[in-house]
Design a binder for this molecule. Structure first.
Ligand code: FAD
Length: 335
């Protein structure tokens, strides 16, 4: 992966390098990250950052040598501070879960969590029978125009002064807990301008986000953390499958991608909005049935987002069909 490494941080895990390396390899496997062995060390490519791990040898007269000895050296490089701090948090967390500690050269202790901007609710209106459209004002929304389609919407508890997640002394993000805990659902950028983003929220019963959005007072603070979750899928053609919660993402991909694309969606006709007039979009009753009938050909990419058990089954079927892992994405959007 070509990362322009303008930001860099180094850390050191004392003790057994093998244990630390195993903890990070396990996390890489869980997140389906590319791992490569090079002369520089073992490299993990995260989204937007690179982690290089090297066993550190004992101190000698000529400096520190590479090799078995005093622990694992870790270097993270990234194009900006957001990706760097997010990777630092993930690495520290993965090691902590295995009882290991890492000491970093520098930690941005006290800063807002990586990628978090505090915005203000501007408006919320019913945009379709089943959707609310929320507009959030941000000092600068430009980063949401590229690199990631999604973000976390952080809603503070009612009637309390919001506490926002911040980077702690170990480089891990400290999230407010108990009565200060934030509701933090993931959404897609439906539209944006220089200083605002729009979010299309599927209105379903028991949704804290919908309850909050309906009652917003303009100017109320809200956290927007991202973008993340990857940018446009790449393939020719793109085959897109999704339920109501995936409609905003499908609409954005169809708008922005230049690749030939087809989409199959489960949603009521009234909720299709702009997608209803798009010839590439077919309204269906069963996403899995449509998936079985679709053929991505030699260069196509399958993008699938729906309820967790349906997304899991889609992933199972695509794997059973022999579609290589890098040619599909099947994601749980809700459970
Ligand atoms: C990458 C990504 C992008 C997403 N983009 C969008 C988007 O742009 N618009 C959007 O509306 N959603 C989107 N979702 C889905 C959204 O995050 C979930 O629906 C989430 O649960 C909503 O939070 P909540 O506050 O409404 O409910 P939660 O507190 O998460 O859940 C409350 C209750 O609602 C139920 N529930 C959650 N979703 C649904 C549903 N769709 N239908 C019926 N019951 C439900 C839960 O089972 C639970 O019982 C996205 C999810 C992901 C992972």
């Amino acid at each position: 992966m070509g990362i322009e490494a303008t930001q860099r941080t180094r850390g050191h895990v004392a003790g057994n390098a093998e244990d630390a390396m195993a903890a990070l390899r396990a996390r890489a496997m869980e997140w389906e990250l590319a791992v490569s062995e090079t002369a520089q060390g073992v490299i993990l490519d995260l989204r937007g950052s690179r982690v290089v791990m090297r066993p550190i040898g004992p101190e000698t007269e000529t400096g520190t040598e590479t090799g078995a000895g005093t622990g694992l050296g870790i270097e993270i490089t990234a194009p900006d501070d957001r990706y760097l701090r997010a990777a630092q948090d993930s690495v520290t967390e993965a090691l902590a879960e295995c009882g290991l500690e890492i000491g970093w050269d520098d930690v941005a202790a006290g800063a807002l969590a990586p990628g978090l901007s505090i915005g203000v609710a501007i408006s919320c209106r019913q945009s379709a029978p089943g959707f609310l459209r929320l507009r959030v004002g941000l000092a600068d929304a430009s980063r949401f125009a590229s690199t990631g389609l999604h973000f976390r919407l952080l809603i503070p508890p009612r009637d309390r002064e919001p506490l926002w997640p911040r980077i702690g002394a170990t480089a891990r993000v400290d999230w407010p807990k108990g009565a200060d805990a934030l509701h933090r659902a993931v959404y897609t950028v439906a539209d944006l301008g220089a200083d605002w983003i729009d979010i299309d929220i599927f209105d379903h019963p028991g949704s804290p986000t919908c309850d909050w959005a309906r009652g917003i007072v303009p100017g109320a603070p809200v956290g927007i953390m991202g973008p993340g979750g990857g940018w446009l899928p790449e393939g020719d053609p793109l085959l897109l499958f999704g339920d109501e919660t995936a409609l905003p993402a499908i609409l954005r991909i169809l708008r922005l991608s230049e690749a030939p694309a087809q989409a199959w969606v489960t949603a009521s006709p009234g909720d299709l909005a702009a997608l209803g007039a798009d010839r590439r979009v077919t309204r269906i009753g069963d996403l899995l049935e449509a998936l079985d009938a679709a053929d991505p050909g030699p260069g196509g990419f399958v993008w699938f987002a729906a309820r967790d058990e349906i997304a899991r089954e889609a992933r199972r079927r695509l794997t059973a069909r022999g579609l290589p892992r890098e040619r599909f994405l099947a994601v749980a959007y809700w459970r």
